[in-house]
Design a protein around this ligand. Structure first.
Ligand code: MN
Length: 506
């Protein structure tokens, strides 16, 4: 990875000189995990290291000249940024003027101007020949750990930190392909068998079970709780929890995050209800293919989540904005195939700041520019988004007969895990299935029945498919698309079908 030699040399030098290394992270899961991981590792190999995570509510996003001043006051000679930095030319220049060397570990797109950092580790920066381009920031930081441990003659030392990489990659929705899949596989294994106290506390609070944690338990169980730290309060609590060696103390922080997460959910729910009312109006007055919503009082900690929920509900690219210190700040979330970062780039003249990926971005702009942003964004969305893009699509991997679901097959299928973004669970399609002995509605509108085809029966569950009960009850033959999962009940694991959709055979 371009810049790695220089980065390792400089860190080794600062260990010898007993200089303070200052880690500057971001407040999301990728940012806090990277910070905790690098901090713990550097201290372990004898570095004098400290860190800062700017608070979402008070300091805002990114690596800024203010962040540099803070490090400078603490006496830092080297700053390592994680999950931020690749667009922070101003802050990097500011650090140079103060005699501080900056090592950037980032995975975001570089802006036009590449920061003149001492080392800039980012596999997607122009000119970096590192073959795998989809690492989370924690994956990039892990490469730095790997290089340092190799240099120190203990290459295996870095592997003890793969739990951080698995958690960050899951939470950041990094593709589970190539190198990420390997890192996540071993990271999840580590998390399941030797969890550090903070993660163990979090697993307990979330009601999850060690030994059964998957990529999706991280996304839906651990990540929201880690994120809650930064959404409602001081994000440094997440880092403190992750590096805390004492089990009881770690558990107390985990409980605090659990509490914040519950509060966050309530705010989230309320904000979504308000946003949905505005959304309905805007979808009628505009092209119906985009949303740009703004309210001064919305909580900055939840607008990203609400934007994602708007995308889920209305299936259009959505921007949610609030006002902080007189400036509109917000989050943009996209639908498949619509490049939201590219769209914002075309509105650059209206924006104060923006950054992100194809699917998700952050932005800020003067409040008076919002109507124009809404107009232009809607024009772009309405020309780029075709009716087909708005149809929810399920890609089927293969046709299957139910009697092909042998234990051997199920076992073999497990080897494709961990599943996640770009490595989804295989989706199967089977025709001519009937319900064996009645269809039940369980829990919150879920369908449950025993699926039968030619003497072979297996348990099936369809989440939120309650409305389709008349399509499949009374033994009506159906066609269904589904994935296969393990149902773990009282310690026993049995395969079960998870129906994604079904329809009656005509
Ligand atoms: Mn990230």
């Amino acid at each position: 990875m371009d810049g790695m030699e220089v980065a390792v040399d400089r860190i080794e030098e600062s260990i010898q000189r007993k200089e303070l290394i200052w880690i500057h992270g971001d407040y999301d899961v990728d940012g806090t995990s990277s910070t905790a991981m690098v901090l713990h590792f550097l201290r372990r190999i004898g570095a004098h290291a400290d860190y800062h995570i700017p608070s979402r509510l008070e300091e805002g996003f990114g690596f800024t000249p203010l962040s540099v001043d803070r490090a400078h006051e603490a006496g830092a000679k080297v700053i390592v940024t994680v999950d931020v930095g690749v667009t922070a030319s101003r802050a990097v220049d500011h650090a140079r003027e103060r005699g501080i060397d900056v090592i950037v570990c980032d995975h975001h797109q570089a802006a036009e101007e590449i920061p003149k950092a001492l080392a800039l580790l980012d596999p997607i920066k122009p000119g970096c020949t590192y073959p795998y381009k989809d690492l989370a920031a924690c994956g990039v930081a892990f490469k730095l750990l790997q290089a340092l441990s190799e240099r120190q003659g203990h290459p295996e030392l870095a592997y003890e930190y793969l739990d951080f990489v698995a958690i960050a990659s899951a939470a950041d929705i990094a593709p589970l392909t190539g190198e990420n899949r390997v890192l996540s596989y071993f990271g999840l294994e580590l998390l399941n068998s030797y969890p550090r106290p903070g993660f163990k506390g979090l697993v307990d609070c979330a009601g999850l079970h060690l030994g059964q944690l998957t990529n999706s338990s991280v996304i839906f169980g651990l990540a929201p709780r880690i994120n809650a730290a930064g959404r409602l309060g001081d994000p440094r609590r997440a880092v403190e929890m992750m590096i805390q060696p004492d089990e009881l103390r770690a558990f107390h922080i985990a409980q605090e995050l659990e509490h914040d997460n519950r509060q966050r959910r309530a705010i989230d729910e309320h904000t979504f209800e308000e946003a949905a009312v505005l959304a309905k109006q805007q979808l009628i007055t505009g092209s119906g293919k985009s949303l740009v919503l703004h309210q001064d009082h919305w909580h900055a900690g939840v607008i990203g989540i609400v934007a994602s929920r708007l995308v889920e509900r209305y299936n259009v690219p959505s921007i949610m904005l609030t006002t902080i210190d007189g400036i509109a700040k917000g989050s943009a979330r996209s639908v498949q195939d619509f490049d939201i970062h590219g769209a914002l780039k075309q509105c650059e003249d209206l924006l104060t700041e923006f950054g992100g990926h194809i699917h998700a971005a952050g932005l800020s702009l003067p409040v008076e520019n919002i109507p124009e942003l809404q107009r232009r964004f809607d024009a772009m969305a309405s020309s780029a988004i075709t009716p087909e893009m708005l149809v929810h699509e399920i890609v089927v991997d293969t046709e299957l007969q139910l009697n092909e679901l042998t234990p051997n097959f199920v076992n073999f299928l497990g080897k494709f895990a961990p599943y996640g973004y770009q490595n989804h669970r295989p989706v199967f399609h089977t025709e001519n299935v009937v319900s064996a002995n009645g269809v039940k509605i369980v829990g919150n509108n879920h369908l449950k029945f025993r699926a039968l085809q030619k003497n072979f029966a297996i348990d099936a569950i369809g989440f939120n498919l309650g409305k389709k009960i008349t399509d499949c009850n009374h033994g009506r033959p159906i066609s269904m698309v589904y994935t296969l999962e393990e149902n773990i009940f009282q310690g026993n694991s049995t395969p079960q079908i998870r129906i994604k959709d079904l329809r009656p055979l005509s």
